[in-house]
Design a protein around this ligand. Sequence first.
Ligand code: THU
Length: 160
Amino acid sequence: MKKIEITTPLTIYESVDELPNDVKKLVDLAVKARNTAYAPYSNFNVGAALVLENGEFIYGSNQENAAYPSGICAERVAIWKAASDYPNIKVKKLLITASSNLKTVDAPVSPCGACRQTLFEYESKQHESIEIFFMGETGKIFKTDSLKDLLPVAFSKSLL
Ligand code: THU
């Protein structure tokens, strides 16, 4: 028996000013997306924006439902839009932001487990890492270089 340790490298930006220009564009689009959220139940408005290797930008927002589990997260709306419209174009970077009607979101909003699994699938499919940036309305921005860091010991197609 042995015990191993798996670490998660995170890059932390103090504010949007520190981000590269293409990521600042993702911030603008993700904020625009979060304002299109349909979130009457949680009042939590999430926006996700991504850039493809052909330079195309795509974004989406969370869409809730009175039957709660039928709702969907912003990241999955964005990645499925990309996968559906551009099935063979790689995703380079994805950024997530959220605001709430009830309070100021001042901490980075990281993707939920189901979104990590979904994003991991497309990262595996394209054989190239996707950089994930996540932020609140204000405060620091976190970045991981790959879904592998957000979902260690993932369930993957190699197990099937
Ligand atoms: N939500 C997202 O859109 N992405 C996440 O990664 C976490 C949660 C949405 C789902 C729901 O509409 C609301 O935020 C509250 O959970």
